[in-house]
Design a protein around this ligand. Structure first.
Ligand code: ADP
Ligand code: MG
Length: 748
């Protein structure tokens, strides 16, 4: 029998052991071997092998059916029920031949995550027989019991049930799990009233809006070739990896996705030695394993590297059409989470898991392309191509100027508040970076003059002069801009790492659609009044640039001067979620969404409600966790240490003869320090508890409620953390219960 220890002492040992044990466990870990093999099956053969792609359909479907389906996909034609049966049957045979037993409609409700409910192909036939069945109806429509998904009030007003509807523009795929395979069918999710209850429906509608307006504009410019315009997106994804043994000792990471406590590590990112550093074997093993699954799912991941902060990484795919890019980014996050667990790691997508070092974002590279694959933001080599490029560029510049507040609101949520403007991510002021050369082109168009020493040889005349060579590499040097032109696309850098890209892209597409519409209408008017297309374009570009160029800024977006300058220019600066979200329900924005058929007023308002609720719930979880960890883990550790010092002083006094006892000792100061902080911790815990009770009982609408959280509750959370983090740096290390940043970020 082990010796019985004093109860208090045992507690101490457990705490000390937990962190030490975690480190020991991690030291003994080995890289996880997975049977990825590109020698016997090449990367190309593996790529897309779990996807019901066009090439699979071409081989499996009868010719007529295949052609009819492609017409539906490429030209938005209606899908006949008979055709759906044929496609469903081929899809089922393919899935079963690859070992699938179940299918699911895979959708993206307003939770921001993906949702799936699996059904097996099993069906009773006649005569006690069993069949594997999957009908066109199963493919096209599902009726999940959807009452528990957020609807922001829509369902209660309209219809209780929702349905999922096949989105044939994003291919079905098979998810391979350890004990079986599931056929996943990307779907949209709507109420029976037709109201969108998901993130994909409005995205698809916004692409339609862009298509319509862009084609109209291109026709006016004499382009008769492009038949269909889509949006292209390449989201670069940042994330952190930490070892599971540490993760399991951090209830805040488990429940809130971020560390609610933790002093700055002695070594942060100041040495700049992590960015693009050599990738550790264990991490590379994880990356390669996850990438292999993604290749098989047809997700074209391309780039991997270490990011700025310790334990931070990035993965970037090759761009795709925005709806597929959205699905693929959701899949990527799922596969990364799952694979990390297999490797005894945890993948964190929170915008700010560890304060004091860089947070994580998602750079949303965005452009428009036609059905021939030609990029509308590619500066051309002929004067005519230049004209089209400059008209489109002008439309985007105008969109960001006119709808900057709205664009900012697409990235407004609790997690991103820790990051935007925190001198690592772009500020909340929306501006555009064009780079010097393109900036000079724009200036010359507006002023009719060429600045001295400019690379622009003469005043740009649309359709006549060619653009100067735009340096690609130089165009990306400014990493501080929220919306940067990077050679042939724009990069929206304010998107948060955990966020679905569906919403930012929906808004971006809609506001650009409005701007294309504006340009087209103006050009059309001038043509009708007798101007040539070229003259009309020249006039409209010049006027529109002159009216909107305040949004262009090529300097350092982090600087204090820019904040002042932006204010002088009248650019909005909504610093946090609560300042920003109400933009969504302004009359102008309601009109914008409804006039382009992207969101009705009810749909928009419901989304706004969901976002406010999400804010309140997120902060509330953080409150509960802060109270819980501070009271049950941190305060006891601090008190224990306080007691240890007190008894050490007492025994020292006792051991000394009275005449030898000093009047004051360093020990006393230590005791006073810890005692003061421990009392302060208890005081701030009580304060937080009181203010959170007040928040519970607060009346008023969602916005008022959320404001209370932002103005009263968050400062109270911060006060608890501030003193707890101070304690972390003075309390005996062996008593500290939570793995420290210096461990979590470096030992894995
Ligand atoms: P960076 O210098 O930012 O790393 P990259 O050329 O590597 O630039 O591109 C970053 C991302 O932008 C990649 O995902 C890439 O596929 C994507 N991208 C490139 N061209 C386009 C485009 N026309 N539309 C959308 N995304 C694009
Ligand atoms: Mg980039």
């Amino acid at each position: 029998m082990p010796p019985v220890t004093a109860a208090g002492r045992e507690g101490v040992m457990n705490t000390a052991n937990a962190r030490r044990e975690a480190i020991k466990t991690i030291q003994d870990r080995e890289s996880v071997f997975s049977s990825v093999d590109y020698i016997h099956e090449s990367m190309i053969d593996q790529f897309g092998s779990n996807v019901f792609s066009r090439s699979v359909m071409r081989t499996l479907l009868p010719k007529d059916a295949y052609r009819a389906l492609i017409r539906c996909l490429d030209h938005g034609e209606r899908l006949e029920p008979a055709l759906a049966d044929v496609v469903a049957n081929a899809m089922k045979d393919w899935a079963i031949s690859r070992g699938a037993t179940h299918f699911t409609h895979w959708f993206q409700p307003m939770t921001g995550a993906t949702a799936e409910k699996h059904d097996s192909f099993l069906q009773p036939g006649g005569d006690n027989e069993w069949l594997l069945e999957f009908s066109g109806k199963n493919l096209i429509q599902g009726e999940p019991d959807a009452s528990s998904f957020p609807s922001g009030g829509i369902r209660s007003t309209f219809e209780a049930r929702g349905y999922t509807g096949w989105d044939p523009t994003s291919p079905a795929f098979i998810v391979d799990s350890i004990n079986g395979k599931t056929l996943c069918i990307p779907t949209v999710f709507c109420a029976f009233s037709g109201h969108a209850l998901d993130k994909k429906t409005p995205l698809l509608r916004s692409v339609e809006a862009i298509n319509k307006q862009a084609i109209r504009l291109l026709r006016l410019l004499g382009n008769s070739e492009s038949q269909r315009i889509t949006c292209t997106v390449g989201p670069e994804q940042e994330y952190f990896l930490i070892d599971e043994a540490f993760y399991n000792l951090r209830p805040d990471l488990i429940n809130a996705g971020r560390a609610l406590f933790g002093a700055r590590p002695p070594k942060g990112q100041e040495m700049e030695d992590h960015y693009w550093g050599s990738i550790r074997e264990r991490v590379l093993a994880f990356m390669m394993d996850a990438e292999n699954e993604l290749y098989r799912l047809g997700v074209p991941v391309k780039t991997r590297h270490n990011e700025v902060a310790p334990a931070q990484f990035e993965v970037a795919p090759i761009f795709e059409q925005s709806n597929v890019a959205t699905d693929h980014n959701m899949l990527l996050m799922e596969v990364f989470r799952r694979t990390a667990q297999r490797h005894r790691l945890r993948c964190l997508f929170h915008e700010k898991p560890f304060s004091g070092i860089n947070g994580s974002g998602k750079h949303n590279n965005w452009s428009m392309a036609d059905d021939k694959g030609s990029n509308l933001l590619e500066p051309g080599s002929t004067p005519h191509e230049n004209e089209q490029f400059l008209v489109i560029l002008t439309a985007v510049i105008r969109a960001v100027n006119k709808w900057g507040k709205l664009l900012r609101a697409t990235v407004a949520f609790a997690g991103n508040d820790h990051r935007l403007g925190a001198n690592e991510a772009p500020p909340a002021i929306m501006s555009i970076y064009l780079g010097d050369t393109l900036g000079e082109v724009v200036d010359s168009i507006i002023t009719g003059k060429v600045p001295e020493g400019s690379k622009v040889s003469k005043v740009m005349e649309l359709g006549v002069s060619t653009l100067p060579e735009l340096p690609r590499d130089a165009s990306d040097r400014n990493r501080t801009s929220p919306f940067a032109f990077t050679g042939n696309k724009f990069e929206f850098r304010a998107v948060g790492a955990s966020q679905s890209i569906a919403w930012p892209n929906t808004v971006l597409n809609t506001m650009v659609a409005e701007s294309l519409d504006f340009m087209a209408s103006k050009i059309d008017q001038l043509i009708k009044s007798g101007k040539t297309s070229n003259q009309a374009a020249q006039t409209v570009v010049k006027e529109t640039l002159a009216e909107n160029n305040r949004v262009i800024f090529n300097g350092d977006n982090y600087s204090e001067e820019w904040h002042k300058e932006a204010e002088r220019r009248g650019l909005p600066n909504d610093r946090n979620t609560i300042e920003s979200l109400p933009t969504l329900v302004s009359p102008e924005v309601k009109r914008l969404f409804s006039s382009y058929g992207v969101l009705t007023e009810e749909e928009l308002v419901s989304r706004y409600n969901i976002m406010l609720e999400n804010y309140i719930k997120t902060i509330n979880i953080e409150v509960q966790l802060t109270l819980n960890l501070a009271s049950t883990m941190i305060l006891p550790a601090a008190l224990q240490y306080q007691g240890n010092i007190a008894s050490s002083i007492a025994s020292m006094y006792q051991a000394l003869r009275e005449e030898d006892r000093p009047s004051s000792m360093q020990h006393d100061k230590l005791l006073k320090d810890i005692w003061e902080r421990t009392s302060k911790l208890k005081f701030s815990i009580d304060q937080l508890e009181a203010v959170s009770k007040e928040a519970d009982h607060a009346t008023g609408d969602h916005l008022e409620h959320a404001k209370f959280y932002q103005q009263k509750v968050i400062p109270a959370i911060n006060a608890v953390r501030a003193v707890a983090d101070e304690l972390e740096s003075i309390v005996d290390d062996s008593l500290w219960p939570l793995p420290k940043f210096r461990e979590m970020l470096y030992i894995y």
